[in-house]
Design a protein around this ligand. Structure first.
Ligand code: PEP
Length: 252
């Protein structure tokens, strides 16, 4: 089954409304000729509405960077899935390593967030990945497997099949140090095998697995040429339309 590559820009805590709207317009223009890649922009919450306006009528989709697992309630400072859905959000990044590291997000919380997203027809981009220390200790497979098992345990197979997992080695995020295509492919294949065991081979074959970690126009093509790499989650290079479009247009 052919999986359509999905390339998402994670703007993190960058871009106020006017800048966000401008960047989104530039991305729409610079990627208009590419119809065989799904494109997602994930601005901060405060710029979601501005970006929704800028991408209206284009192929570019709207994503958010986090959500709460409850639908409403006394959770000061949090944002719910129905609130995001109302703004046109179709994807939400959950379990990003920065949220795991600075906000103590656990696999169990990510699992609950995925369930809430599914209940509202929003697709999670579930992030996993090992630290440098874990890689150097030879624990990459163990760490990533534990994360995938914890994040996906008990979720409905049809929803998992339509989800996105982002493999992001923590040592490659924002460091300029990219995993080699062989290193990335090895972990992507492992994730797909694990999903086949947890669910079915069909679910694993449908699931899209993005690579994230210092993806740039210069390395996008070779990463994306790997059999189990179905796109990219892009941080730094998504903040300029030219570099983000250079990744989206990797096949051109
Ligand atoms: C990220 O934060 O998801 C990421 C991959 O960042 P960068 O592209 O800057 O390494």
């Amino acid at each position: 089954m052919a999986r359509m590559p999905i390339i998402a820009g994670n703007w993190k805590m960058h871009n106020k409304r006017a800048e966000a709207e401008q960047l989104a317009r530039e991305v729409v223009a610079a990627t208009a000729a590419t119809t065989d890649v799904e494109i997602v922009l994930c601005p901060p919450f405060t710029s979601l509405e501005a970006v929704a306006k800028a991408i209206a009528g284009s192929r570019v989709k709207l994503g958010a960077q986090n959500c709460h697992f409850e639908e409403k309630g006394a959770f000061t400072g949090e944002v719910s899935v129905p609130m995001l859905k109302e703004l046109g959000v179709e994807y939400v990044i959950i379990g990003h390593s920065e949220r795991r590291q600075y906000f103590a997000e656990t696999d169990a919380a990510i699992n609950r967030k995925a369930q809430t997203l599914y209940a509202h027809g929003v697709t999670p981009i579930i992030c996993v990945g090992e630290t440098l220390e874990e890689r150097e200790a030879g624990r990459t497979a163990e760490v990533v497997s534990t994360q995938v098992r914890g994040c996906l345990a008990g979720l409905p197979a049809d929803k998992v099949a339509a989800s996105v997992i982002a493999y992001e080695p923590v040592w490659a995020i924002g460091t300029g140090r990219t995993a080699t295509k062989e290193q990335a492919q090895e972990v992507h294949a492992l994730i797909r095998k694990l999903v086949a065991e947890m669910f079915t081979p069909d679910v694993a074959a449908a699931l899209r697995i993005q690579y994230g970690g210092s993806v740039k126009p210069e390395n996008a093509r070779e990463l994306m040429s790997q059999p189990d790499i179905d796109g990219a989650l892009v941080g730094g290079a998504s903040l300029k339309a030219e570099s983000f479009a250079g990744i989206v247009n990797f096949n051109k």
